[in-house]
Design a binder for this molecule. Structure first.
Ligand SMILES: NC(=O)C1=CN([C@@H]2O[C@H](COP(=O)(O)OP(=O)(O)OC[C@H]3O[C@@H](n4cnc5c(N)ncnc54)[C@H](OP(=O)(O)O)[C@@H]3O)[C@@H](O)[C@H]2O)C=CC1
Ligand SMILES: O=C([O-])C1=[NH+]CCC1
Length: 340
């Protein structure tokens, strides 16, 4: 085994070697399944350590994982800071260290920002594929930052939505994102307008209190596009509040135990799928504070040990898993090695 020094793979090179999130789908689907298979799946991934940088309202996450199926060992270091008007730095910054699992030697240091953006969108797409209603016409994205862009790119590549809506706290940023993506996007002035009748809703904000409310869904009902078109308009107006939330909600933000994106009503009335039960019960304010029952891990749906139930209103609560970074870093490193 050589003791060659580690290579550095910059953000630009990661972008070049991993141009589309969809390239990660096979590797991520396998890793999610293996993770949810327990020890037999060969994924070693402790709950991430999150260190608080209290004076600056920031956090440092340490995310190690080993995947036997990929024979890949990595750790990501990710900082995420609550928005502050006086800082031009990105809210999330990350580096992935990739090791040779056979001897522990450091092989590569990779910029982690692009990896984080793309692997997160790819995992949301995997969940959406399983959980969205059929047909699904309207995609709604709440947020206009890095993850909003990567989710827009992945979802419009992978699905056939006829309409994309975007809402952001600062409307100007939503307009900027909409005008830069090259496809038709309708910027909405309120969350209510944006989610009304949407089939898939992606929440990608740094909100710490709920922005999406279950009161916008007919109480006790599983409402989806199919039901809407099959229901007489009069009945619809009579029986439900005027708004219909999407059937498949991808909640990507709110990764602290006291942060929220979704309210209790939505959490409790939906079929709740998470990436990791252990992480959701330790880190997700939406899960912990609502007391909502977790139905399944995404890996269990992929393995078929739990049914996906796309006919119901579903929430996929994504917190981000280290093994996703392992898969993505290995993909990028292998592509780099093949070309160098
Ligand atoms: N599950 C996972 O695997 C991962 C999850 N994440 C999470 O995804 C979320 C988005 O990350 P990213 O796109 O990188 O962040 P950005 O900083 O790029 O974007 C943040 C977005 O959140 C909005 N926002 C900030 N505060 C609030 C608030 N109080 N209410 C409503 N909207 C708000 C911002 O709006 P404005 O323009 O008005 O400031 C902006 O649209 C974060 O919560 C992050 O932690 C990130 C990586 C991985
Ligand atoms: O998985 C990840 O990288 C993160 N999840 C929340 C903040 C960063």
């Amino acid at each position: 085994m050589s003791s060659a020094p580690p290579v550095f793979i910059s953000a630009a090179d990661v972008e070049r070697l991993l141009p589309r999130a969809s390239l990660l789908l096979p590797g991520l689907e396998a890793a999610l399944s293996n993770f949810s298979a327990g020890p037999a799946g060969g994924v070693e991934q402790p709950l991430r350590a999150v260190l608080r940088v209290r004076p600056y309202r920031g956090f440092l996450g340490v995310m190690p994982a080993y995947s036997a199926a990929d024979d890949a060992l990595s750790t990501k270091l990710v900082t995420f800071y609550e928005p502050r008007g006086d800082s031009a730095a990105p809210s999330h910054q990350a580096t992935v260290l990739l090791f040779d699992p056979r001897c522990g030697a450091l092989r590569a240091v990779l910029d982690g920002a692009v990896i984080t953006a793309k692997r997160t969108a790819a995992v949301s797409a995997i969940a959406t594929k399983l959980l969205m209603p059929r047909p699904a016409a309207v995609l709604c994205i709440l947020g206009a930052g890095v993850q909003a862009r990567s989710h827009y790119e992945a979802f419009t590549e992978l699905f056939d939505f006829t309409e994309v809506r975007l809402w952001n706290r600062t409307e100007q940023r939503a307009l900027q994102l909409a005008s830069s993506v090259g496809g038709a996007v309708r910027v909405c002035g309120t969350v209510r307008d944006a989610v009304c009748g949407a089939d898939v809703i992606v929440t990608v904000t740094m909100a710490t209190a709920p922005i999406l409310f279950g009161e916008w869904v007919k109480p006790g009902a599983h409402i989806n596009g199919k039901l809407l078109t099959e229901t007489a308009p009069g009945l619809l107006m009579e029986n439900m509040r005027p708004l219909v939330a999407g059937d498949a909600v991808q909640s990507v933000g709110a990764s602290r135990p006291d942060w929220r994106e979704l309210d209790d009503a939505l959490m409790k009335s939906s079929v709740l799928v998470v990436d990791s039960r252990e992480a959701a019960l330790a880190e997700s304010g939406d899960v912990i504070l609502s007391g909502a029952e977790i139905f399944a891990e995404l890996g269990e749906l992929l393995k078929g040990t739990k049914p996906a139930q796309p006919e119901k209103t579903t929430v996929f609560k994504s917190l981000g898993m280290a093994v996703e970074d392992t898969v993505a870093a290995k993909f990028v490193y292998d592509a780099w090695s093949a070309g160098n």
